[in-house]
Design a protein around this ligand. Structure first.
Ligand SMILES: [Zn+2]
Length: 56
């Protein structure tokens, strides 16, 4: 089974998806982006993606 693991930035358009990289690598890239920019990365492991929008 394939789970969609997806990391994206909540503050800019940065996103990584596992089409290009291994999951572990995605995590590293997300952390790198967070460190470099001070942004928050949100990671979602794909099976139960609700249609929630966090913004009020
Ligand atoms: Zn960002």
């Amino acid at each position: 089974m394939e789970s969609t693991f997806y990391n994206h930035c909540t503050e800019c358009k940065w996103a990584a998806d596992k089409n290009d990289h291994m999951t572990t690598e995605l995590a590293e890239r997300a952390i790198e982006h967070a460190i470099e920019t001070g942004h928050d990365i949100e990671s979602e492991a794909g099976d139960s993606l609700g249609d929630r929008s966090g913004d009020p």
